[in-house]
Ligand binder design. Sequence first.
Ligand code: SF4
Length: 401
Amino acid sequence: MDRDGKDGGITRRDLLAMGGAAAGAAVVGNALTPAALLADDKALPQVPQRVLGKTGKKIPILLLGGAVGFDQRFDPKIAEALRFGVNYIDAADCYNGGTCEPAVASFHKRAKARKKLWITSKSDAHDPEGFRKTVETSLRKLETDYIDLYYLHALEDGSVLNDKLKKVVDKLKAEKKILHFGFSCHDGNVPELLQLAAKTPWVESVMFRYNFRKYDDKALNAAIDAAHKAGVGLIAMKTQGSEASFKDAWKKFQKNGKWTKHQAVLKAVWADKRITAAVSHMDNFEKLRENIAAALDKRSLSRVEREALERYAAETRSLACDGCDHLCGGAVGAPVRIADTMRLLMYHDVYGEPDKARELFQRLPAEARALAGVDFAGANAACPHGVDIARHMKRALTVLA
Ligand code: SF4
């Protein structure tokens, strides 16, 4: 079989024929052992790799996101991903109610696969002592001696990247408990944080929101340039770009296209060679195969497809929240969290995860959930995307509270 197809294209059906059937069987009957699932198959194509900045290490361009959790005993999706070279698992101490790390541990123990995996995890504690303790907790929960890359999770305040934290990071690295260090940033001033990373030699990688909607963001692109030039490995998350209303708009886009919408937006991220990889929550086999097929497919987005994506981004700008809370948050006289709430609405509306969205909303501080009676007019005016914040917050009260 010509696995790359005549023009380098590859489909989910091709993928299934290559080896996906094994994982499918495991899901249905759990008939295959971990060893059988992980049996080396030299004939399988491997997802391309890029170097993660100054770490000097190669990682696949597609990473397995752990925010939605994994099967607690042995997740065959990890095995399936691994067979195609997707060996990087993006975990965090807090993911999926704290169950993500133990699930990763269970997988690598049963499969004897620790050395085949690149494990990243994250700490929500940003003070030096809290960070050190969380690393120790992660090592225990992951049942491993080392973590390949450890992030400060959801950094907003760059001042925590101080000498005291550096000392702790240096010590953890000297003890080989963590091999590399960086931070992730969801909301807040992402361009400012990337510029800071560029000037902070001990920050080796940053994980941040990046997708096809960001092509025309001058401040962000200048910051990506600076971080990339400084050797910071850059990992894109939220690559779907708040796909509100995407479903309808996509139909006309897709008429002549060769990609699914998920594949096209991943291709848009990979087209940017400054970005090392994209992380994706692949919580079922269909998504996993769709994304692996896109990563293996040698074709790039055509000019016409890219222009169509850019047009679509412009047309739907007011439907996509960028997480730049520093712009609208200061314009509302209450301690609400607009970007967080918008993200949870995205989980509810677009990702099809209403329970998770409601649970995460309940975890926000009470004052952040007190949306009733707040005047959002100033925030609406401050949003450069023209997002109707007042309308969304009213809806959040109905669907999330
Ligand atoms: S509502 Fe607008 S200003 Fe606020 S975080 Fe979203 S995109 Fe940024």
